[in-house]
Design a protein around this ligand. Sequence first.
Ligand code: HEM
Length: 231
Amino acid sequence: MTLFSGAAAEFWLRWFHTFFGILWIGHLYYFNFSQMAFMGEADAATKSVVFQKLTPRTMFWFRYGALVTFLTGWGMIGHKMGALGIPVTSSWSTIILTGGLLGTLMFLNVWLIIWPNNRVIIENAERTARGEPAIPGVADLAARAAIASRTNTLFSLPMLFFMTAASHLPLTLSPEKSLIPYWCVFGILAGALELNAVKGKMGPLQKLKHVIHFGVVLTLVLYMAMHLLAG
Ligand code: HEM
């Protein structure tokens, strides 16, 4: 049966990748579309219950969803570029690496900023519920996690666009043109936004509407840069 043949191995990898991608990004959108606004209006007791009882559960599926998505994604890239020999400068590689690198920045934001900071926030809620003093600096950690989460929501729009475009959008890049100018534009834009996630301010990312607008603009700018500089 085709479904269980060796040839279907990549299909299964893609299926797992999509399932865990939904698990991860579904939680990201729940945090950004619903939970952040709810927490802004909730009283201290409700917030404490959310941090103690809900956040450990959402963070579990969120971070392991991210891990499996990341591993299966790079597994497919390794298979296609390694075993199947697709060159790194091909149209497919350029498009999938654009989505995959944005996804990788998002994965790093989850494991290096959002989860470690939330772990302290959970511990702080448990301590204060027992009547112990609050952990100093916890508000700053929460603010940094929120900026990283907003940045991931922004990145998710171009990430999903290029992820699905790699095999389904007929965009052929010219083999004669250098890809260096395109990768410079990508590096500057993604790098500046990532730097803001690590060290910068929330600024206009506070409003979900702006995050979505920026995500659409980044998608269009990257698409145009690819088309004009390498197409
Ligand atoms: C974390 C870094 C990621 C990497 C390195 C990566 C890599 C890949 C690769 C190599 C493919 C196969 C594309 C093809 O064969 O043309 C793919 C497909 C796909 N990815 Fe990702 N991905 C990542 C994150 C995500 C995330 C977060 C999602 C969210 C849902 C996602 C959703 C998808 C979907 C739906 C497909 C199927 C597209 C198709 O069949 O054309 N990926 N990804």
